[in-house]
Design a binder for this molecule. Structure first.
Ligand SMILES: Nc1nc2c(c(=O)[nH]1)N[C@H]1C(S)=C(S)[C@@H](COP(=O)(O)OP(=O)(O)OC[C@H]3O[C@@H](n4cnc5c(=O)[nH]c(N)nc54)[C@H](O)[C@@H]3O)O[C@H]1N2
Ligand SMILES: Nc1nc2c(c(=O)[nH]1)N[C@H]1C(S)=C(S)[C@@H](COP(=O)(O)OP(=O)(O)OC[C@H]3O[C@@H](n4cnc5c(=O)[nH]c(N)nc54)[C@H](O)[C@@H]3O)O[C@H]1N2
Ligand code: SF4
Ligand SMILES: [Mo]
Length: 685
């Protein structure tokens, strides 16, 4: 028996794993107790790394669609075909006729992360979409406007805080996001043990909420109102507040907050003024405190405003850049430090809906209409990379039709799934334990500065390719060049040498449990790209929209739909694992007992859930853990489409919530998809 140590690449938590193996077989996967960051933590998804490695449905060689079905072709043929189709399309219809979509595992795969961009940027298309605009885009937007760089993202100093206010995040199920925090349950428990407190605001009494000192139900999409009322209270308490001279706009913000009428706060949010006042006092009285928001506050119509106000609250309460507050990281490979401030917003707009780009991307909500609407600049060919937008983007059913109408489609993916089945060519790289791993992104978001490199455990299948090989070889074919293929390790070595700790790859290779670089440290003002701006004009102006929408928020005639993550799911793509799927059906709609009574529904009864774009049918689960008037459905299911090759997933198909989420429903400021709060009607099947 041999042991292999690596970091799990499946979610943001970066858990260290100890894998026992023999004769190319994984015997056991356990948490690595010596890992400098995760201290032995592991979740059930890590065991599925074995399933992914062994999965007979996983693709390893290029597939071409023919009239007789899928045909395996050589890599050389595949590169030639891909390049020819890209060239033909761009010559005939212009550069923007090729659209790109990058999904979530892009940033969890070292080779794709490091070498994908070098290939994709030569296509120079403006039709560039990613899962970011279904997710954390408002976080980047606020950081860019307030600190001068989209990746200057403050992270809760969870290990030292005395008070944590969690709004719309469920780290006990998600294992933390925009906050890499393995073993989050113990870290949250430790806040309580040191006589601190953590409070959760969520329309559902989540796993995290159940362990919190306090949970309050909040109506979906009303968070910006709560946050403004909360900020007002902080200003009242901190009358003599003195902020460092690199913070600008306190007087202006105070005036805006005072003038913002929050009289109806309870009707709008479901939280009383007395509770807002009390929570704000507790927050200010704590030695250190931090406000943290995630999917609940970012994938909604006021995502930008929420993230702005969360940052403002941490700043004006004196908790930014302070031990136990919201702090910046200093990763061993640092792409923020040397970056220069630059324009990143509204440099071009989408053709059909005239929506601005941000960070070079257009909101994914407009991807289908850019494919379906004829005219100059129409997308004729799509390339998807590590993404399953048919299940993960709003109004997936419309996107499905759009993908079917394309002239050609290429997918870089390891499965034949709901999205890639529409492709004409699939290029599958090696994945998981076959690959080297380094978390370029998540060390930048971690609650402690650490660094770790993991080598591959097993060889990839004979004739298979790594993602870094695919992107470089394809680039050579496309450009007619013969550049030598470089490895991720060579690139990492450079990044580490230029990084703040002047490391190199060798010490990392030797340190199989990672290298600890210490707790987060105060880093301002040096780390900023500009003085902190408390009142960016774009946010201030957007408050008018918030105010004029107040009536809609109070109207709860129809049900307000929210999502739900389960520890054993990972978006849409890990459903081909028996271990993760066994047990009770998880793809159900949760409803409060009072609402079920009104509709005369029994537990487990089939119901139709209908929105303005579609209808799905699934079982109702009656639970007082959800707020009355709100219903919840997990995303990532809907494996009932024909033509996929994921045997286990197909047997646990479920339905896709994104067949009823609305692509027109976005945060008008940032362009982010607004999944939370979609209005739905429910009836017996
Ligand atoms: N209603 C609703 N919708 C949501 C959300 C929600 O909360 N509610 N959440 C949103 C969020 S936060 C996100 S991040 C998105 C995710 O959106 P996507 O990234 O589009 O969806 P995933 O399900 O993560 O799909 C990942 C794809 O990558 C492939 N893949 C996995 N590993 C590899 C690999 O090593 N190499 C390659 N080339 N491919 C690989 C999988 O087969 C799959 O096709 O979904 C969003 N959609
Ligand atoms: N097990 C598992 N882990 C995952 C994933 C997964 O699919 N499964 N996905 C990964 C990805 S891609 C991401 S981005 C992260 C997400 O990480 P989290 O944001 O922690 O994940 P969620 O569980 O979706 O938590 C969002 C919470 O917001 C609440 N909510 C919904 N609408 C509102 C609202 O309007 N206001 C407020 N205040 N709350 C609201 C929901 O009830 C839910 O509890 O998780 C990552 N980790
Ligand atoms: S919490 Fe995330 S990183 Fe840790 S074992 Fe689970 S999936 Fe892997
Ligand atoms: Mo995400």
């Amino acid at each position: 028996m041999e042991f292999h140590y690596r970091t799990c690449n499946l979610c943001e938590a970066m858990c260290g794993l100890k894998i026992s193996h023999e004769n190319h077989q994984i015997i056991k996967i356990e948490g690595d107790k010596e890992d400098v960051f995760s201290r032995g933590h592991i979740c059930p998804k890590a065991f599925a790394l074995k399933d992914i490695y062994e999965d007979p449905d996983r693709l390893k060689f290029p597939l071409k669609k023919t009239s007789e079905g899928w045909e395996t072709i050589s890599w050389e043929e595949a590169y030639k075909l891909a390049s020819e189709k890209i060239k033909d399309t761009q010559e005939k219809y212009g550069r923007d006729a090729v659209g790109l979509y990058h999904g979530n595992p892009t940033i969890h795969n070292l080779g794709t992360n490091l070498f994908g961009p070098d290939f994709f940027k030569i296509l120079r298309t403006k039709n560039f979409f990613t899962a970011t605009s279904t997710d954390q885009l408002p976080h980047h937007f606020a950081s860019w406007l307030m600190y001068g760089h989209p990746m200057l993202l403050p992270v809760p100093d969870i290990d030292h805080t005395d008070y944590m206010l969690i709004i719309g995040g469920n780290p006990l199920a998600s294992n933390g996001s925009m906050m890499s925090v393995p073993d989050v349950a113990h870290r949250l428990e430790a806040i309580k043990s040191r006589e601190g407190k953590y409070v959760v605001l969520d329309p559902r009494k989540t796993e995290t909420a159940k362990h919190a000192n306090e949970h309050l139900f909040i109506k979906p999409e009303s968070d910006a109102w709560f946050l403004m009322a909360f900020a007002k209270e902080i200003i009242k308490i901190k009358t003599d507040c003195k902020l460092p001279d690199y913070v600008e706009g306190l007087v202006e913000f105070s005036k805006i907050a005072k003038e913002f009428d929050t009289k109806s706060i309870e009707q709008i949010t479901g939280i009383s003024q007395a509770n807002v006042t009390r929570l704000a006092k507790e927050f200010c009285d704590a030695e250190s405190a931090v406000c943290y928001g995630r999917i609940g506050v970012s994938t909604q119509q006021y995502g930008g405003l929420c993230l702005w106000l969360i940052n403002v609250i941490n700043i004006i309460s004196g908790n930014l850049d302070k031990k136990g507050g919201a702090m910046f990281t200093l990763p061993a490979i640092d792409f923020v430090g040397p970056a220069k401030p630059k324009e990143r917003y509204d440099r071009w707009r989408s053709r059909v809906s005239d929506l601005p780009e941000f960070l070079g991307e257009l909101p994914v909500s407009v991807m289908a209409e850019e494919i379906l609407t004829p005219g100059e600049g129409q997308i004729k060919m799509m390339i998807t990379n590590c993404g399953n937008p048919v299940l993960s983007t709003p109004n997936g059913a419309q996107l499905e039709k759009a993908l079917e109408s394309l002239d050609f489609m290429i997918s870089f993916d390891i499965y034949l799934n709901e999205t890639t089945k529409h492709a004409d060519l699939i290029l599958p790289p090696a994945t998981g334990v076959e690959c080297a791993h380094y978390d370029l992104t998540f060390h930048n978001l971690a609650v402690r500065n650490t660094t770790k490199y993991s080598p591959p455990l097993f060889n990839k299948a004979e004739g298979a390719k790594y993602d870094y090989e695919i992107f470089q070889e394809l680039k050579n074919v496309h450009l007619g060049t013969e550049e030598a293929i470089i490895t991720p390790e060579q690139k990492l070595d450079l990044g580490l040498r230029y990084g703040p700790y002047k490391l190199s790859i060798n010490p990392l290779i030797e340190s199989v449990h990672g290298i600890d670089l210490g707790p987060l440290k105060p880093m301002l003002p040096e780390r900023l790209k500009q003085n902190i701006n408390l009142v960016p004009e774009l946010f201030v102006k957007d408050l008018e929209r918030l105010k004029s929408d107040a009536k809609n928020l109070m109207n709860m005639e129809e049900f307000s739909l929210i999502g739900r993550r389960n520890l054993r799911d990972n978006n849409s793509w890990m459903h081909n694992s028996d271990k993760l799927l066994k047990g009770k059906n998880r793809c159900t709609v949760w409803m409060h007992p009072e609402d079920a009574k009104t509709l005369n529904l029994q537990d487990n009864e089939l119901v139709n859930v209908r929105s303005s774009v579609g209808q799905i049918c699934l079982e109702v689960e009656i639970s007082d853990e959800i707020m009355p008037g709100v219903v919840s459905i997990p995303h990532g299911y809907g494996h009932n489409r024909k033509g996929t090759k994921m045997k286990i997933a197909e047997a646990h198909a479920g339905v896709s919530i994104n067949d009823i989420t609305e692509e027109k429903r976005i945060d008008k400021l940032t362009g982010n998809s607004a999944f939370n709060g979609v209005r739905v009607r429910i009836s017996k099947n």
